[in-house]
Design a protein around this ligand. Structure first.
Ligand code: GBH
Length: 618
């Protein structure tokens, strides 16, 4: 069946000539480098390739001749932002203190069976009380940026209306302490914990209510912190909220079509509606910022989105590249095309039933507010997958601690190029990147070196830097995460921190080897490489160490037809291959939909974070 889909796609591609138009010849093929996605130098999982030594080495933070990859050495200096990230529900705890209202995650996690081992965020890393320690850890680490999120219901217990002064004070104190230590805050307004009072009014499904509530909440935060906070993020990964919360029902609010799992929900319609409303709420919150606060305080604002790089197992298979392209459009284009072009990818709309389908239309005003509504591209990047590897994609490369996380540093480089090509080279911050170390469980010993994590970070950071040397406007990297924390449905069974937190003790913090590695890297940058400065005068290409150059000519770069890849503004896509892509997508959508049998209750495409198929989980 999957092969059939691919064949149909290829046949459609062969038949479909883009509608004639004199300008189209110039559109021809869009080419961007597609680097090897998985392990680059065939070092072992916990080793890194060190150019200075021309060998694989264990990344030892204490080695006299510490290895700093050259590309990082060139890119990660000057105004480049080095930071660490956390999120309120994952680290704060203090869930019932000082007047905080309930969030939908408090409620979700309390339901038996929702979170592994019955874990909740009631205490988490206890940052509500131990935030001074977090600030000291950041300062000692040497990062100059900290991305955290605000618990909406801590500030507005009912989501709207009365402000909880104690809640606001917590964030005021945190921001002051950060600034005092030379650390610049990046504040995210929504990292998944919605006030339960709003959930009960329909949450993200209630457009009018949630747009008003979110915009007013944003205003409260801009007003309170805007004099000191200059980088704002509206939403973290709306895609994950809609897929995990409304399609799979595996995260709050736990809605889906399958009544064995979810009391309520519609896995086809609701993700589309919730996602739509998140976009509209974002647009209004950005508009309020720009009109009412930016003139006074200055600052920039954007959204954060997550995507997996997708590619065919056979890189020569053009129709499989189309599927990869479609998956990336559906996963990230769903939320980022509107921010740049004012509307959804055609491929997405057509796959979910076109104009008559459940994906709402933006009003002309909403389109106007959305287009251009982010100043920077916030990218969370973790992993990559093959398209349609039975049953539903498969990870590429070595596996991390989580079943969905595979080590694909080149996928980050490719994804950065994809974003750059599609959205006209926006400034990009990598707002999250990191991994869980396979052998770190709840009882993990913090003194055991986490070489796997270091190797992961080393390789990803290096590939990001290479992309920057190749022309991507990359301006920062925030590691996920400063602390081990509440890993959503996995509870405390997965650890993403560079600092160990003892969840069975007193939430004591112990820096891991990766913390010392990053610390050493940051203190060594710009000084380490014997070649430092050597490439400064030369072109970006000349700056690439030979072994990191784009694929050799024979292997690539992989040309992407203009109708598949969308580097130019939306209108150009529509004018060129949009129709053909739409046809291919509809064919794909129908086939996949039929394959799902209970079609109308499901999204006609799946997001293979999980190795197992949707049907197997349900
Ligand atoms: C980030 O999302 C989140 O922003 C952050 O809060 C989180 O701690 C971090 O990842 C690490 O997970 O349950 O197998 O279906 C990354 C995107 C999307 C990855 C949902 C995990 C669920 C996998 N995530 N996905 S599965």
């Amino acid at each position: 069946m999957l092969r059939l889909v691919a064949l149909l796609g290829a046949a459609a591609a062969a038949r479909g000539q883009p509608p004639g138009d004199d300008t189209q010849a110039q559109d021809a093929a869009v080419v961007y480098p597609v680097a090897p996605t998985s392990t680059l130098k065939s070092c072992k999982n916990d080793e890194v390739f060190c150019y200075n030594k021309n060998a694989c080495v264990l990344p030892d933070p204490h080695a006299a001749d510490f290895c700093v990859p050259e590309a990082i050495d060139l890119v990660g200096v000057g105004s480049f932002r080095w930071g660490a990230s956390t999120a309120a529900y994952q680290v704060e705890g203090g869930a019932y203190e000082d007047g905080k209202g309930l969030s939908n995650w408090d409620v979700f996690a309390a339901v038996p069976g929702r979170v592994a081992n019955g874990d909740t965020g009631d205490v988490a890393a206890d940052s509500y009380h131990r935030w001074h320690e977090d600030v000291e850890l950041l300062a000692d680490l040497g990062v100059k940026h900290y991305r955290f999120s605000v618990s909406w219901s801590r500030v507005l217990p009912k989501g709207e209306g009365e402000v909880n002064a104690k809640g606001l004070k917590y964030y005021n104190n945190l921001v002051d302490a950060l600034i005092k230590r030379g650390i610049t805050p990046t504040v995210c307004l929504f990292h998944w914990d919605l006030p339960q009072a709003l959930e009960e009014q329909g949450g993200w499904l209630n457009k009018e209510m949630i747009t008003r509530a979110f915009t007013n909440y944003a205003r409260v935060m801009y007003e309170a912190l805007g004099d000191r906070v200059k980088t704002w993020i509206t939403l973290n990964e709306p895609g994950t909220v809609v897929y995990m919360g409304y399609n799979m029902g595996l995260m709050a609010p736990g809605r889906c079509a399958d009544r064995r799992r979810c009391a309520k929900g519609d896995s086809f319609r609701e993700p589309l509606v919730a996602g739509h409303n998140m976009l509209v709420a974002h647009a209004h919150a950005v508009d309020a910022f720009r009109r009412e606060f930016k003139p006074r305080f200055g600052g920039t604002i954007g959204m954060v989105n997550c995507v997996k790089w997708a590619e065919p197992q056979d890189r020569a298979d053009a129709s499989q590249w189309k599927l990869a392209q479609f998956l990336m459009e559906a996963e990230i284009g769903f939320f980022t095309d509107p921010l740049y072009f004012g509307d959804y990818p055609l491929s997405l709309r057509d796959t979910v039933g076109g104009a008559e389908g459940p994906l709402p239309q933006f009003t002309p005003t909403e389109k106007r507010l959305l287009a251009g509504s982010q100043d920077f591209f916030g990218l969370n990047f973790y992993t990559s997958h093959y398209v349609w590897d039975p049953p539903q994609g498969g990870g590429i490369g070595p596996q991390g601690g989580s079943s969905w996380l595979f080590v694909t540093p080149g996928g980050l480089r490719n994804q950065l190029h994809w974003i750059t090509a599609r959205y006209g080279a926006p400034p990009i911050y990598i707002t999250e990147n990191g991994c869980d170390q396979p052998d770190e469980d709840r009882a993990a010993d913090p003194s055991k070196p986490d070489h796997f994590r270091i190797a992961y970070m080393h390789e990803y950071i290096e590939q990001a830097a290479v992309a920057a040397l190749e022309g991507v406007n990359l301006q920062g990297y925030y590691v996920w995460s400063l602390l081990d924390n509440f890993e959503w449905a996995d509870g405390y069974s997965k650890r993403f921190g560079i600092v160990h937190v003892d969840f069975d003790g007193n939430q004591d913090r112990t820096p891991k080897t990766s913390y010392y590695w990053l610390k050493r890297l940051l203190s060594t940058l710009g000084k380490a490489s014997p070649n430092h400065g050597k490439y400064k005068e030369g072109s970006a290409a000349a700056a690439l160490p030979a072994a990191l150059a784009p694929l050799p000519a024979a292997a690539g770069p992989v040309p992407m037809a203009a109708d598949v890849n969308v580097p130019s503004p939306w209108a150009r896509l529509a004018a060129t291959g949009g129709m053909m892509l739409a046809l291919a997508s509809v064919a794909l959508g129908l086939l996949v939909w039929r394959r799902r049998r209970r079609g109308s209750e499901r999204l006609p495409f799946a997001f293979p974070w999980r190795k197992r198929g949707y049907d197997e989980i349900m």
